[in-house]
Design a protein around this ligand. Structure first.
Ligand code: 0A1
Ligand code: ZN
Length: 896
């Protein structure tokens, strides 16, 4: 079933280009369907070889291009001097001396439905060039290691296109003589790869502000959006200024241009894009206010604004040598934005949210057919590698590096990295080398995190010898088999830990017996509460431990692993009450809930009735009441592990209906025993009456919603509709967060009034597509087999469109990735619906289609009936003629 066309690209084949392109002058005559692009490239041979009589051909990338004209140093070329196909330009014998290659192409932004290259969205011209979109604009070395200084001139009618932006600084603008057109010229002094090029032109509203950098440079800030939405950009502007300050304070990084612009567009395949000095955003990550954004949206806007801004140094000033190094910029930048959000909000809450996300997205990816190393060595389609593994596991590696080296060692390594590689296009090896050099540490084994796929499993057993006052820990690591079938070597796994004594305080020890392999670094780490597990197996004996202790390991989720510890339920209840590490308090309760659901699942699956330990219900109530923790933490602690997380743990012959039932049963059980206490605890922590999106108030709201959930579950268990309060709250809510939380409960718990509420919500927001996305998503997630029909019907709703990625994601991907019972209907209809949607979408937008295709990644865990249906749907998809390489790549790898 291997397709031709999509050749595999291999890291080992990397070699630099024969030619360098030092400057790029682009001239755009903007027109909706026939934009003329003139590119003048200053080309020179990188290493002229005196013995070689003839220069090698210059071969540039293209993608669907129409060549109009081509010149070398002003001379029109004859037909035998070059060859141009839509996908490639070859200049057979380039001159020996540096020369200017001028290429004129014509492109059609209006009909660019793939949203890669130059496209028009709601009348606004915009670009997306990462990873390989620039070649849809002009012929070029479209790869990250060719860095050039860009000057961009654009011209268009003033009427429809008053705003014209590109990277860098505006150096010239004005009317085009004798016409109704005008032009603008932008110059970016920093050499950059083509994927960071951007152009935006259209009739846009904007807000402006100023930032003064630490060294006194005044930077003019702008955020552009559709007219009428300017006020909804205020929070993003605030987040931008905070990001700029934070990067100065924490990483010593200052902004480097006179202008920084952000543009919000409504048709965008991904979240946002870090083009130098001109970030382009999916508008859902810019526009928020109380009426149209939730608390979660505020947090996301803050995080994504920061992420793109931080790329200015980690991505733009220092970029990737090739796309295999994607995690160099993405893992590091995610780590930076996570740290920023932790500083802006609550660190434990941010960490728990990120770990929930990791378990929801990255662990399943790493456990399935699409698993790949954080730094892959081969790909068929680079678009398919913007994954949770590259981003989130990549960030985990940076977090571990900081833990292993200590704060100072990490900062020294980062400083060296910025100093040494500024202006370069580098590799993961270059990055790691900076830390090794700055700290004198050997990071060879640590680097395996980049190269070995799969989530390590760590097992821990412990014994306490009262007489000898010793606590012994036996640790082992196991690396799972992954699709590459590569043999695996033990990784360096940093495990933060403490020995929790009877009163909840960490006990000290006098001495540790450990293997020689621990070395100086390992001993030193122990003193900092960190075990460096480097061997397959390791035994540690702590001497002078005065009382029996419960080991609390993997504090703060110090490594992205599965931990299996020999802790009893009693131990876990103890840690849930006593651990000094907030993360492990949360985790202990989660472990208990996981155990309860897993054993309940087995009972239900074999026809029995699930029963649960009342202590669990009490522990939930206790945490809800514990005012040592802020409300946001308590809200998280009240949430049960997701159905997807449970399915991953069951791992074989999963029946998603039974997973759902068991989880509901546990919620009902906790509700019956503890809802009153939980509701009372939440009432004692009300949010301020006037809406404010800050973390504290958001946490208070979250606690209230978590409490409602148990109240309703309790009602259900007793056969009552406990929805009165939720219905009232839906009607009286003063902000979207509350209104949506109420709507979600009404719909997902199938309470009286849910369809009236859906209608009212639609009515209220009928002119706001971003809020309607939430309306689609709520319905797409309603549990139960019948949801498929509703989703099919919703695709016919006039507010839905297959052309806008946000609509497709909110309805179709939410259904495939966020609704286990409906997507996995036993008759397979959910799979066929999704497969057909993918095939149709593939014709217009392959990136979005291939992202939908990843919804199948865990199909092999399912019980045989569903598994067979899913596989049939995938095979039918694979057999379609003319699949894009994007979709074909995912489908082929998923089928294995
Ligand atoms: N570099 C961006 C992610 C991104 C990747 C590809 C895109 O187009 C298909 C767009 C954005 C980031 O990390 O934010
Ligand atoms: Zn990024």
């Amino acid at each position: 079933m291997q397709r031709e066309g999509a050749a595999v690209v291999r890291l080992e084949d990397y070699r630099p280009t024969d030619y360098a392109i030092d400057t790029v002058d682009l001239d755009f005559r903007l027109d909706p369907t026939a934009t003329q692009v003139t590119a003048s490239l200053a080309v020179r041979r990188r290493e002229p070889s005196p013995t070689q009589a003839e220069n090698p051909p210059l071969i540039l990338d293209g993608d669907g291009l129409k060549l109009k004209q081509v010149f070398v140093d002003g001379r029109t070329l004859s037909a035998d001097e070059y060859e141009a196909t839509p996908n490639r330009f070859t200049l057979h014998t380039p001159p020996h001396e540096p020369f200017t290659l001028k290429i004129v192409t014509e492109i059609d932004p209006e009909n660019n439905t793939a949203l890669m290259g130059l496209y028009r969205s709601s009348g606004v011209y915009t670009t997306q060039c990462e990873a390989e979109g620039f070649r849809r604009i002009t012929y070029f070395y479209d790869r990250p290691d060719v860095l050039a200084v860009y000057t961009v001139r654009m011209e268009a009618p003033r009427a429809g296109t008053p705003v014209m932006l590109s990277n860098g600084n505006l150096i010239q603008s004005g009317p085009v003589d004798g016409s109704d057109r005008h032009y603008a010229v932008w110059h970016d002094p920093f050499p950059k790869p083509s994927y960071l090029f951007a152009l935006v032109a259209g009739d846009l509203g904007s807000i402006h502000d100023e930032f003064v950098t630490a060294s006194g440079r005044r930077v003019r800030l702008g955020i552009f959006c559709e007219h009428g939405k300017e006020e909804r950009c205020r929070y993003a502007m605030d987040a931008l200024k905070r990001s700029m300050r934070w990067d100065e304070e924490v990483f010593g990084r200052e902004y480097d241009l006179d202008v920084f612009n952000i543009v919000a567009v409504s048709d965008f395949n991904m979240g946002a894009m870090e083009n130098k000095g001109l970030n382009v955003f999916n508008d859902k990550y810019v526009l928020v206010d109380a009426e149209t954004g939730t608390d979660m949206d505020y947090a996301h806007v803050e995080g994504v604004i920061a992420h793109e801004y931080f790329h200015n140094w980690t991505g733009d000033r220092i970029t990737c040598r090739d796309w295999f190094q994607l995690c160099l910029k993405e893992g590091l930048t995610v780590f930076r934005d996570q740290e920023f959000s932790s500083d802006m909000r609550s660190r434990p809450v941010k960490r728990i949210s990120d770990v929930i996300g990791l378990r929801q997205a990255q662990f399943p990816e790493d456990a399935g057919p699409l698993a790949h190393p954080v730094r892959p060595t081969a790909y068929r389609e680079i678009n398919n590698f913007y994954t949770a593994t590259v981003y989130e596991k990549g960030a985990e590696i940076c977090r571990m590096l900081k833990l292993v080296l200590g704060d100072e060692g990490f900062r020294a390594g980062m400083d060296l990295y910025f100093e040494r590689h500024d202006g370069g296009a580098v590799t993961i090896e270059d990055f790691i080398e900076c830390f090794a050099e700055a700290t004198g540490r050997d990071l060879t084994q640590f680097s395996l995190w980049y190269h070995q796929a799969g989530t390590p499993k760590v097992t821990l057993s412990h014994t306490y010898d009262e007489k000898a006052e010793t606590l012994s820990l036996s640790l082992a690591q196991e690396l799972p088999r992954t699709p590459d079938n590569k043999p695996k070597e033990p990784q360096l796994i940093p495990l933060s830990f403490g020995l929790v004594g009877p009163d909840g305080q960490d006990l000290s020890w006098e001495d540790v017996d450990g293997p020689a392999a621990l070395g100086e670094a390992g001993k030193d780490a122990l003193g900092r509460g960190l075990i460096l597990l480097s061997d397959k197996e390791m035994n540690l004996t702590f001497r002078g431990v005065r009382a029996e202790a419960v080991p609390s390991v993997l504090r703060g989720f110090s490594a992205p692993v599965h931990l299996e510890a020999d802790l009893t339920d009693d131990d876990l209840f103890f840690l849930a009450r006593q651990d000094t590490d907030a993360f492990n308090r949360w985790e202990a309760l989660q472990s208990l809930a996981r155990r309860a659901i897993l054993s309940g699942y087995q009972t239900l699956a074999s026809g029995g009735a699930a029963s649960f330990d009342p202590r669990l219900a009490a522990a939930f109530a206790e945490l809800a009441e514990n005012t040592d923790f802020d409300p946001a933490f308590r809200a998280l602690a009240l949430a049960l592990p997701s159905e997807n997380e449970i399915a991953q743990l069951i791992a074989k012959d999963v029946d998603p209906d039974i997973v759902y039932e068991t989880r509901q049963a546990l919620a009902g059980f906790i509700g019956e025993k503890s809802a009153e206490r939980i509701v009372e605890a939440a009432k004692r922590e009300p949010a301020m009456p006037a809406y404010s999106p800050d973390a504290d108030n958001a946490g208070r709201r979250a606690l209230t919603f978590a409490a409602w959930r148990y109240q309703i579950a309790a009602g259900k268990a007793r056969g009552q509709d406990e929805g009165t309060q939720v219905r009232r709250s839906f009607e009286t809510a003063t902000n979207l967060t509350e209104r949506l939380a109420a709507l979600r409960l009404l719909v997902h718990e199938n309470l009286t009034g849910s369809s009236a509420a859906l209608d009212a919500f639609f009515e209220r927001y009928s002119d706001n597509p971003l809020v309607l996305d939430k309306w689609f998503a709520v319905q797409a997630m309603q549990p139960g087999h019948e949801t498929l029909k509703k989703v099919e019907a919703l695709t016919q709703n006039p507010a839905f469109s297959w052309k806008t990625p946000n609509r497709v994601y909110s309805l179709v991907r939410t259904f495939g990735a966020g609704n286990p019972t409906a997507f996995n209907r036993p008759d397979g209809a959910g799979y066929h619906f999704l497969a057909n949607a993918i095939a149709d979408l593939d014709k217009s937008n392959p990136s979005v289609a291939s992202r939908l295709a990843t919804c199948f990644r865990s199909y092999r865990l399912l019980e045989p009936g569903r598994r067979t249906h899913a596989e049939a749907a995938l095979r039918a998809l694979a057999d379609r003629p003319d699949l894009s390489t994007d979709v074909a790549d995912i489908v082929i790898r998923t089928l294995g």
